[in-house]
Design a protein around this ligand. Sequence first.
Ligand code: XMP
Length: 317
Amino acid sequence: MAFNPEKFIEEAKKEIINKISGRRAIIALSGGVDSMVAATLTAKSIPNLTAVFVDTGLVRKGEPRYVERVAEQEGINLRIVDAKEEFLSALEGISEPEEKRKIIGELFIRIFERIAREENADFLVQGTIAPDWIESGEGGRRTIKSHHNVGGLPEKMHIKLCEPLRELYKHEVRLVGKTLGFPEEVFNRQPFPGPGLAVRVVGKITRKKIEIVRDACFVVETEIEKAVKQEKMEKPWQYFAAVLPVKTVGVAGDERTYKYPVVVRAVGSLDGMTANFSEIPYEVLKIISTRITNEIPHVGRVFFDLTNKPPGTIEME
Ligand code: XMP
């Protein structure tokens, strides 16, 4: 049977009221469509909701300002927590992807527990969707990767979870967002992983590499969005950059350089469970490559990822 967003909205509101009624909740707002939809449904169901955006230092360029603007548009009461130092110092030097995810999942929960105490809240609402728990190995499956909001959570938590979107896939969440009246830039925004830029620094995390990949992601996003607007290509499902843990030799003027390579990734997908790499016109790739090597001093080479999912995953870690 076709997914009916109106029916889902009514049922989700009832579920939220049943679960939380009479008590207070905070919601983890990441800036993505999942948590925006979960926040709006919760705000329509219970009074006194506080949305919390944690600035982990691993977010997209300009993200805190974007979240502030959208929360205001949707009438959601927002609190921004600056946890950059906490996250970056816990992650510095960590290489193993699952270890990164566990550290991030645990830090998020400890911060939310702290905020919940200050706000007198018993519940944490999360925008968890079906692929998050499927890939994290719930329901008897093997773990592909521990999504920070499921498999990355600590065993002992002092807060109860409410996850109204748990059974939905991304395209269904987008339909709910559209039905709730979100602008296109919000309901059609490309996904961004909860562990953020930490999983786009392949291997060992350093502050420098986080800055490199943030700037590289910004160039990829800007140039692909420009090309889509100019109708040079279709909008991919997701498009970003990652930095690799090796250095390669290059040349600048008559000097030898030794710098990091960046990988550009763009994929088409329906629900993130499988994906095909997108065909990007060469003229767009050329602009992306030139901008990245000209504007980011520590990058010496740009690659394009030609891998589908499977056998790859969308993110590189
Ligand atoms: P993969 O890399 O598993 O990604 O093919 C599928 C989709 O999920 C996003 N992703 C995450 N989202 N927490 C999230 O909220 C996570 O830990 C996480 N890991 C991957 C990824 O960006 C893609 O859209």
